[in-house]
Design a protein around this ligand. Structure first.
Ligand SMILES: Cc1cc2nc3c(=O)[nH]c(=O)nc-3n(C[C@H](O)[C@H](O)[C@H](O)COP(=O)(O)OP(=O)(O)OC[C@H]3O[C@@H](n4cnc5c(N)ncnc54)[C@H](O)[C@@H]3O)c2cc1C
Length: 502
């Protein structure tokens, strides 16, 4: 049996970057993945002549060669940047509230402010103030946390001290006032799954800063291309990967982690394990109950499992422009009260009052699907609880019924959509639960309330030698999960007294 220093469980974003970083630093590393391909959420599937992207709508943190973002630097360090074709998006996003507003914003702060001021001249000063606040606040977060300033004083970081524990709604109401303006200027809240009344102001600032300063990107070949490149980087650095190899047990003895047992019954020893599996499954299913520290169970009890998603993947026999898909990212919003939209995330039904996102990469990349076609993903966030009680015999009917309602809602913006459907596939929270193994099919891990911010809660091992990587151990989303794997690997390297130089 091979002798491994570190085992990584799960080849989602966090698991892949953890394994690649460890292998690059000479740690004998084994990556175990239950599925037959790498990626977790970051994957694709084929139907007919279309290859559908499962998860990625907009990749943040990339930037340009001249002004690289943190994710570009991370991918370069892992040796995968040259293997990827990154396509920048022309637009930040388009927001349509049917019969109320249809506006497209550019991925540039000044252009966004100017466009909003032109549409809402009565709120000119408030718009400037709102974006100044987001940029000022996030600038302080970067200084204090990313650059690890040892002196985070009130004088040096006044905005951080004032707003670190606040949600977004109060300042947004004060600056923007108009409900339509607020809807347009805060549409990204859905990327974190919490409405402005619950979303930390620092998280709102991070979203707008990351996408505006470093541009939103799409990947040619989809997120599967990124996952494949990362898996290759693990192998190139001498690491091993086993697919179709789930882990059934993490072994713990008096010294800490001792190894894993696979679903096939193999025992593999290692004193360092990085889990990319949900925190719930890691501590409740994979570790013997008497080895789980009570503090973890307390933590799990206090956390709320975050939303999953309902997605309709569409292969369409018409070009994007013919269907009115002028931007790659369109938020269709049926209600200017985000709290009401959030309340509907607990219901299975989808209707015209919901919020949803339509992504059509063909709008910026005509070669994304065969000539004369385009493809689109129509997604809305839904908590998985509402799908739990659907009897198996009703499941297929239920998902097609709800998908039909969702398409009707989208047709208010893209008339004739249904008539051009050549291929259609639907993913519900139960689909994500089945493929990822995450409770309730949650796609961002736990809900991230202000108190749960990674700025305050450290991702420390509860069991010696056991580390977490991925959305359940920090924030969900591509950039944070890719970064979290590197952070987990660095913790392992520190423990092993290896240099973190690269
Ligand atoms: C529909 C959808 C839309 C999204 N849109 C965006 C977006 O536009 N922008 C963005 O930034 N983010 C988006 N996300 C979120 C983003 O994709 C996820 O936050 C991120 O990919 C999760 O990465 P992760 O590291 O947490 O691993 P996951 O993707 O959760 O993968 C975990 C891996 O662990 C494996 N595993 C589980 N149990 C075991 C076991 N016992 N043994 C071995 N392996 C196991 C699973 O098979 C899986 O491969 C979206 C997600 C979805 C599903």
């Amino acid at each position: 049996m091979a002798d491994y220093e570190a085992i990584v469980i799960g080849a989602g974003n966090g698991g892949l970057t953890a394994a690649a970083t460890l292998a690059q630093h000479g740690v004998r590393t084994l990556l175990l993945e239950r599925h037959n391909v790498p990626g977790g959420c970051a994957t694709s599937f084929c139907r007919g002549r279309f290859e559908f992207e499962v998860a990625l709508h907009q990749l943040s943190g990339i930037g340009t060669e001249e002004k690289p973002g943190p994710l570009r630097l991370l991918l370069a360090r892992l040796g995968v940047l040259d293997r990827l074709e990154l396509v920048p998006m022309d637009d930040l996003y388009r927001v349509v509230i049917p019969e109320v507003i249809d506006i497209t914003l550019k991925p540039d702060r000044d252009a966004t402010v100017a466009a909003l001021q032109a549409h809402f001249p009565a709120h000119k000063d408030g718009i400037a103030e709102w974006f100044d606040l987001l940029w000022g606040l996030f600038g302080e977060v970067i200084g204090a946390f990313y650059f690890k300033d040892p002196q985070v004083t009130r004088e040096k970081y006044p905005l951080f001290h004032r707003y670190a524990l606040q949600t977004s709604a109060a300042e947004m109401d004060r600056c923007l006032k108009d409900p339509v303006l607020k809807t347009v200027a805060s549409a990204y809240w859905t990327y974190m799954g919490l409405p402005p009344s619950r979303l930390a102001l620092t998280d709102m600032a991070a979203l707008y800063f990351a996408y505006s300063e470093f541009l939103p990107y799409h990947l040619r070949g989809g997120s599967q291309a990124l996952s494949n490149a990362l898996a290759q980087s693990v192998l190139d650095a001498g690491g091993d990967i086993r697919f179709n190899c789930g882990v059934r047990r993490i072994l713990v003895d008096d010294e800490g982690v001792a190894g894993v047992v696979t679903e096939a019954g193999d025992t593999i020893a290692a004193r360092q394990v990085v889990s990319n599996v949900s925190k719930v499954a890691t501590y409740v299913d994979l570790i013997e109950a008497d080895r789980v520290p009570l503090a973890v169970l307390d933590e799990l009890r206090q956390a709320r499992i975050g939303p999953s998603a309902f997605t309709v993947y569409l292969g369409l026999d018409a070009e994007a422009a013919d269907l009115g898909m002028t931007a790659s990212t369109t938020f269709i919003v049926g209600d200017t009260d985000p709290d009401r939209i959030y309340a509907r995330m607990f219901q299975r039904e989808i209707g015209p009052r919901d919020g949803m996102l339509l992504t059509c990469y063909n709008a910026i990349d005509p070669g994304f699907s065969p000539p004369g076609t385009c493809q689109a993903a129509l997604v809305t966030l839904k908590y998985g609880e509402s799908w739990r009680d659907v009897p198996p015999r009703d499941y297929a009917d239920e998902k097609y019924r709800i998908a039909a309602d969702m398409l009707s809602a989208a047709e208010r913006v893209f008339p004739g959509l249904r008539g051009r459907v050549e291929e259609m596939e639907i993913a519900t929270p139960l689909t994500h639960q089945r493929y990822l193994g995450h409770p309730q099919g949650a796609i961002y891990g736990f809900d991230h309330h202000v108190k749960d911010s990674p700025l305050f809660v450290a991702n420390r091992p509860h069991i010696r030698g056991l580390y977490g990587a991925g959305g359940w151990y920090g924030s969900g989303g591509f950039q944070p999960t890719l970064e979290s794997g590197v952070a987990a690997a660095r913790a392992v390297l520190r423990h092993l007294n290896r240099s973190e130089a690269r």
